[in-house]
Design a protein. Structure first.
Length: 150
């Protein structure tokens, strides 16, 4: 009965949940080494794969660097308490040219919570939409069509 208030759904302390939300609201929640062991393991799992957008393969010498990224932005998932952003279904590898394009699309999702605009932007840049669909199903994100739109 006494003590700090808790969330009715997950029983975490509300102060902890507020801290997570504040951290997620920042534009970039930290550099790769500061994101924890879960992110490091997840990054290693997808490293070495070709770019999901253009298909460029990483060179063995490392001259063509690739970045590990989330299909659905980690800050969106954390902010909305939808689950672990480092799940295998939510990870993708992108080259240096394609990564900024996807990051620009993420800003539509995270800054404006515009899921439809985010999906349109991903489709425009050639992101594999079947991966987005799988990730959205995994996290239970649904897009409802407005009335009159076919």
């Amino acid at each position: 009965m006494y003590g700090r208030a808790r969330c009715w759904d997950c029983f975490h302390h509300l102060s902890y949940l507020r801290k997570l939300k504040r951290k997620a609201k920042r534009k970039r929640p930290g550099s790769a080494p500061n994101r924890g062991a879960g992110w490091q393991r997840a990054r290693k799992a997808v490293s070495g794969q070709p770019c999901a957008i253009c298909g460029a393969k990483p060179s063995p010498s490392g001259s063509v660097a690739h970045a590990s990224d989330h299909v659905i932005a980690a800050r969106f998932l954390i902010l909305n308490l939808l689950g672990d952003p480092n799940a295998a279904v939510n990870l993708v590898t992108l080259c240096r040219k394609c990564h900024p394009l996807k990051r620009r699309a993420e800003n539509r999702l995270c800054n404006r919570t515009n899921i439809v605009g985010w999906l349109q932007e991903l489709n425009r840049i050639g992101f594999p939409m079947e991966r987005v669909k799988r990730a959205m199903e995994f996290y239970g994100i649904k897009v409802v069509q407005p009335c009159g739109v076919v």
